[in-house]
Design a protein around this ligand. Structure first.
Ligand code: FES
Ligand SMILES: [Fe+2]
Length: 381
């Protein structure tokens, strides 16, 4: 059997692998929750699940971001759902009315004297890490994790100008904290990430991208904590009407150069955050595993606030082009999920165009090293 750098195929199908990844991958890595513009005021919050935990980021009175566990210390009700704003001066539980400050510290309980003992200092909401890079807000349940800036050293130079803002969310994405079940894809989350990490499938699976990209110049460059991709666009007009209109009308957002309007760039932040860096908009994606063979696609689209009519037309053209790409990708990832479920199947060799797929497998081996899932395979790293 050919040597592969990919993980054993069973890890793309086993419930045991799914369970172990919750703790070893998702509860120990930086998970994107949104952009600072999604948390405009004191009391603004974003709630989402990270691994097995309900968590929340709340903007405090001084403008700081607080990362806290989202479970009332009384009987466990979640305090915030989705994205919104607490309207009172604190976080108030909708069950019995306990309140907390925006930093998670305990404030009060109705009828406090009805409790034998209320350890106010000990009843705060546990903290989690929160940090921002390029305006993107991330949380991490692991208080000892590598700092975000260290994991992503170098990314700001490559991508920061796309997110300088002020930005606004637009389009059909519900926000990176949420998902629409109709966008769920029937594959393991790692199949989706593997697919994002290589352009080798473009000529076969994506006719539109083949017309738009100078495929020979497509590059994928792994860094320790992220991989960065560049796809220079062709100068010659596409034969497709929508693509041709995009090529003709696209201009760089404020802060981007003319050269930036000639390239589509992407980044994959280990393990499950994807950035599509287009001249006209930035899409932020988070892939959330629901089961070994079902994944949620969470997405926010951002554009420069105050985009003109022409730019809005370009953004619609981009969405039309990339909706098709997403459909095409869904088709192939579902095929991988089915075929790789065959007993005894193992993945084959990787081409030089799939170098980032190997990078991802190596990173996962590090994350999973103590889980017992890899067996003798761990020696491969
Ligand atoms: S569960 Fe929150 S106040 Fe009772
Ligand atoms: Fe694709």
């Amino acid at each position: 059997m050919s040597e592969t750098r990919l993980l054993p195929a069973r890890l793309y199908h086993d419930q045991a692998a799914f369970d172990a990844e919750q703790e070893a991958v998702f509860e120990r890595t930086w998970q994107v929750v949104g952009h600072v513009s999604d948390l405009p005021n004191p009391g603004s919050y974003i709630a989402q699940k990270v691994g097995r935990y309900e968590v929340m980021v709340v903007r405090g009175q001084e403008g700081e971001l607080n990362g806290i566990r989202n479970a009332c210390r009384h009987r466990g009700a979640v305090l915030g759902t989705g994205r919104g704003a607490f309207e009172t001066k604190g976080i108030r539980c909708l069950y019995h009315g306990w309140t907390y400050r925006y930093d998670g510290s305990f404030l009060a309980a109705p009828e406090a004297r009805s409790f034998d003992c209320l350890d106010r200092a000990g009843l705060g909401l546990p903290k989690i890490q929160v940090d921002t890079l390029m305006g993107l807000v991330f949380v991490n349940l692991d208080l000892a994790a590598t700092p975000l800036g260290e994991q992503l050293a170098g990314l700001e130079d490559l991508a920061g100008r796309y997110l300088k803002g002020p930005l606004e969310q637009f389009g059909p994405g519900l926000g990176v904290h949420a998902w629409d079940p109709k966008w769920d894809q029937g594959s393991n989350w790692k199949v989706l990430i593997d697919n994002y990490l290589e352009g080798y499938h473009v000529p076969t699976a994506h006719p539109g991208l083949t017309r738009l990209y100078q495929y020979q110049k497509y590059t994928a460059t792994p860094h320790p904590g992220f991989t960065f991709f560049e796809a220079p666009l062709r100068d010659e007009p596409s034969g497709n009407r929508v693509e041709r209109a995009y090529q003709k009308l696209v201009r760089p957002m404020p802060g981007l150069s003319e050269e930036d309007a000639r390239v589509w760039r992407y980044a994959l932040i280990y393990p499950n955050t994807m950035l599509d860096l287009y001249p006209d908009q930035v899409n932020v994606w988070r892939i959330v595993p629901e089961s070994p063979n079902l994944s949620h696609i969470c997405m926010s689209q951002y554009r420069a606030a105050g985009s003109g009519v022409r730019t809005k037309v370009v953004q619609r053209l981009n969405i039309a082009i990339n909706n098709l790409v997403t459909e095409e990708d869904e088709g192939v990832v579902v095929r991988v999920q089915r075929g790789s479920a065959n007993p005894g199947f193992e993945f084959g060799p990787l081409s030089s165009r799939e170098v980032a797929v190997g990078w991802f497998a190596d990173r996962l081996r590090e994350s999973l090293a103590d889980t017992g899932l890899l067996g003798h395979d761990v020696s491969r790293t």
